[in-house]
Design a protein around this ligand. Structure first.
Ligand SMILES: [Zn+2]
Length: 282
């Protein structure tokens, strides 16, 4: 062997095995790791789902390698080891460890979520009405609802709290309710809850949206209730599409009040300055 040839050969000897077989230019880096399995059908043996680009063998633990020239290929850990590229081998092991650790964490979280879901179902069945109570829209019940989703159950005191908040929101302490007297007279501010909305026949075959508003005047001995009825003010009729949407909303408007068929029933006329005070509760 002449000198010229030796000079020519010596760097060749140090060529990275991956580079030697044309997989790309060194240095190489690990850019990914995945476990690839193949199963012909349920119950069939699980087989490696990929193959090594270096030796052609079937592999399950697949390392994606990238060359300095941007080339990409996949190999098994044995071939990484055989290159005596210690840095690459170390990188490969670390990347496999990291990917598997992540997969384990995800599996653990998934099974935790799954068991929380099962526990939640059992809990909801054991506490009838709890879901309705939790949906009352209160900040605290919203918080309890997400706790229930996460942990699958609530403590006894949390359940009691949810029911208490729900009843405070929807069924304020029962007070005697008696018929009050509609304050018949000129223009005044009326505030109450819309208890019904209906289309009525108006002039010349037109339809008019009318509403009944329940006004509660709280006095020491009881709640005095009177009703009034009239055309839905256009300010609020336009706000919410569909007539049913207005039901249960608390409305305030200015109108004059004429006597209705009973003392606790008035007819409001020419309502103005109408606004929804409290949103619609379904
Ligand atoms: Zn291989």
């Amino acid at each position: 062997m002449d000198y010229a040839m030796m000079v020519h050969m010596s760097p060749t000897d140090r060529i990275h095995p991956f580079e030697k077989v044309g997989l790309g230019k060194a240095p190489f880096r690990v850019v990914g790791f995945s476990v690839q399995k193949y199963q012909a059908c349920y119950g069939a043996p699980v087989q490696p789902g990929s193959s090594c680009d270096f030796c052609g063998t079937s592999i399950m633990n697949v390392f994606s390698i990238q060359g300095a020239d941007g080339s990409r290929f996949k190999v098994g850990i044995d071939c990484v080891k055989k290159t005596y590229d210690k840095a690459l081998h170390k990188e490969a092991l670390a990347s496999a460890r990291e990917v598997k650790r992540k997969a384990r964490t995800e599996a653990r979280e998934a099974s935790r979520a799954e068991s929380a879901k099962t526990r939640r179902e059992a809990f909801v069945q054991a506490n009838p009405g709890i879901e309705v109570a939790l949906a009352c829209g209160h900040e605290i019940t919203n918080d309890l609802a997400s706790k229930l989703d996460i942990y699958g159950s609530l403590s006894t005191s949390q359940v009691e709290l949810a029911f208490r908040l729900h009843s405070q929101t929807y069924c304020p302490a029962k007070r005697p309710e008696v018929n009050g007297k509609a304050p018949i007279g000129p223009r005044q501010t009326i505030r109450g809850r819309i208890i019904s909305v209906r289309l009525h026949d108006g002039y010349m075959g037109t339809k008019q949206l009318r509403m009944t508003v329940k006004v509660v005047e709280q006095k020491d001995d009881a709640d005095y209730v009177w009703l009034c009825w009239g055309t839905v003010p256009r300010e609020i009729a336009g706000h919410i599409p569909g007539q049913d949407d207005l039901r249960n909303a608390v409305v305030e408007f200015t109108a004059s009040l004429e006597a209705g068929r009973e003392p606790h029933f008035g007819l409001f006329k020419r309502p103005t300055k109408a606004r929804i005070v409290d949103g619609v509760q379904q």
